[in-house]
Design a binder for this molecule. Sequence first.
Ligand SMILES: N[C@@H](CCC(=O)N[C@@H](CS)C(=O)NCC(=O)O)C(=O)O
Length: 288
Amino acid sequence: MSKVNDPADNVPAGYEPPAVWSQDGANGGAFASINRPVSGSTHEATLPVGRHPLQLYSLGTPNGQKVTILLEELLAAGHTGAEYDAWRIDIGAGQQFSSGFVAINPNSKIPALVDHSTSPPTALFESGSILFYLAEKFGAFLPTEHYRRAATINWLMWQMGSAPFVGGGFGHFYAYAPIRIKYAIDRYAMETKRQLHVLDTHLASHEYLAGDTYTIADMAVWPWYGGLVQGIYSARTFLGVDDYRHLLRWEAQIGERPAVRRGARVNRTQAPPDRPVAERHDAKDLDP
Ligand SMILES: N[C@@H](CCC(=O)N[C@@H](CS)C(=O)NCC(=O)O)C(=O)O
């Protein structure tokens, strides 16, 4: 690491990284109680299994919403095999570290899915992998023409690689960290605005991310970047989101789809302005 300053300027003042890092108690951030430097389960517990082919273990965060939006879109398009039970995993209470959850996702993060219509059942984790699997399984929202398919996967991968800078970077340091660090906020606000500009520029000349077709790429990007437009982290003004008018057009267009509105309510305890649904086991659970 290059030495660029006086340690007195560090945060906290005088801090120098030790030769070997070790955990120094909880750091006080919003997720301090669940962060650990090791993987694996902390307790024995099996996951519940409902009556539908697809069993989703998730929470209605942006990463969770991507999957429930696709499932609701598939059902709306008539793919009855996409019926699902959505079980709520309380990550604040550490349910992602149960032995049952770790068995299907060794990375201990929502969302995770098990497809019981296959033999043996198929376990899936990483939201992008889940979207890709379901789109292929049902032959929907993933175009077959090479250029449209490539564009869809490009934007899906872009989202998976980019959003951690928004959530783990900007969102963490702006909204969740126990102290406000200008250096960190500047770094991640810059990158988040760059990403918003990437989307805005592309959407100026494309109706959807993959061009003229609504795909899993839109479903992956909408919860995160539409979320910034809707005010997650209360950063809409700070990030100057109103300047990105093509992104705003696309955000509203995707957000008014009935399946998107349904999917965005699943595994949530708050989903303004709509009614949240902590668990979904039947289509009726989401009816008005
Ligand atoms: N790259 C993963 C990220 C998933 C992720 O970060 N999930 C968060 C909630 S949005 C989580 O489960 N956090 C719990 C933890 O870190 O212990 C994906 O897209 O599925």
